[in-house]
Design a protein around this ligand. Structure first.
Ligand SMILES: C[S@@+](CC[C@H](N)C(=O)[O-])C[C@H]1O[C@@H](n2cnc3c(N)ncnc32)[C@H](O)[C@@H]1O
Length: 184
C-alpha cells in the first residue's frame, strides 16, 4: 500500500486523531505564534505557497491570511481526516485562496517552477517524507528564485546538513526558528 492509500485507512486516521488535537491545541498556540514562524519564512502578500503536511491546519489559515487575495496556497497532506478538517476551517474562515489536496508530497502533481515558497513546517524528519525523494520534488516545483522554508520538530541537526549536502538548495538564513534555503 502506498502513502496516499494509507492516508485513507480508517485505523490510521483514528490513530492520528490525538496527534491532530495536539497540533491545534491552545497550549501549542500559547507556546508558538504561527504568524511569527511564517514571517520567519518570508511569507508575504501575493505569493504562491505549497504547505507540505498541513496536518490540521495550524499554519494553513494564518498563511492564507498573510498571502492575501492575490496569493495562492496549496495545503497538502496524505491523511483524509486532516485534509477534511483543514477544508472545513478554510471554508468557515471564508478563504478563497487555498486549495487543500490529499496527496503524497513526494509526487505533488504540481507544475514545475510554479511555487514561490515551500513550507516544510513540522514535517521533518518524518519516515514517509524521505529527503532523498522529497528534495528533488521540492526543487522541481519551486520557481528558480523561490525559497524552501524548514521549521524542524523535533530539532534534528542532520536535516539541515542533509539539505546542504543534497546540492539542490543553498542555505540563506535562519529567522524565528525557520531555516530558509534558495533553490540552486
Ligand atoms: C507532525 S505533522 C505536522 C502537521 C503541521 N505541519 C503542523 O505543524 O501542525 C506531519 C504531517 O505530515 C503529513 N505527511 C506525512 N507524510 C506525508 C507525505 N508523504 N505527503 C504529505 N503529507 C505527509 C502527516 O499526515 C502529518 O499531517
Amino acid at each position: 500500500m502506498n502513502t496516499e492509500d494509507l492516508g485513507n485507512s480508517k485505523i490510521l486516521n483514528l490513530l492520528f486523531k490525538p496527534a491532530g488535537v495536539m497540533m491545534g491545541s491552545r497550549l501549542r498556540r500559547w507556546l508558538m505564534n504561527p504568524v511569527k514562524t511564517l514571517q520567519g519564512a518570508g511569507i508575504a502578500p501575493g505569493q504562491t505557497v505549497l504547505e507540505v503536511g498541513c496536518g490540521t491546519g495550524f499554519f494553513t489559515i494564518p498563511a492564507a491570511e498573510l498571502i492575501g487575495d492575490q496569493g495562492r496556497l496549496v495545503a497538502m497532506d496524505t491523511l483524509l481526516d486532516y485534509t477534511k478538517r483543514v477544508s472545513e476551517k478554510v471554508q468557515s474562515a471564508g478563504l478563497k485562496n487555498v486549495r487543500v489536496i490529499k496527496r503524497d508530497a513526494l509526487d505533488t502533481g504540481l507544475d514545475a517552477a510554479s511555487i514561490d515558497t515551500v513550507l516544510l513546517f513540522g514535517v521533518l524528519p518524518f519516515p514517509s517524507l524521505p529527503l532523498a525523494r522529497l528534495l528533488p520534488e521540492m526543487h522541481r516545483v519551486i520557481k528558480p528564485e523561490g525559497r524552501m522554508a524548514v521549521w524542524l520538530f523535533p530539532v534534528s541537526g542532520w536535516v539541515p546538513k542533509s539539505i546542504r549536502q543534497s546540492g539542490l538548495f543553498i542555505y540563506v538564513s535562519k529567522r524565528n526558528g525557520v531555516y530558509n534555503y534558495k533553490r540552486c
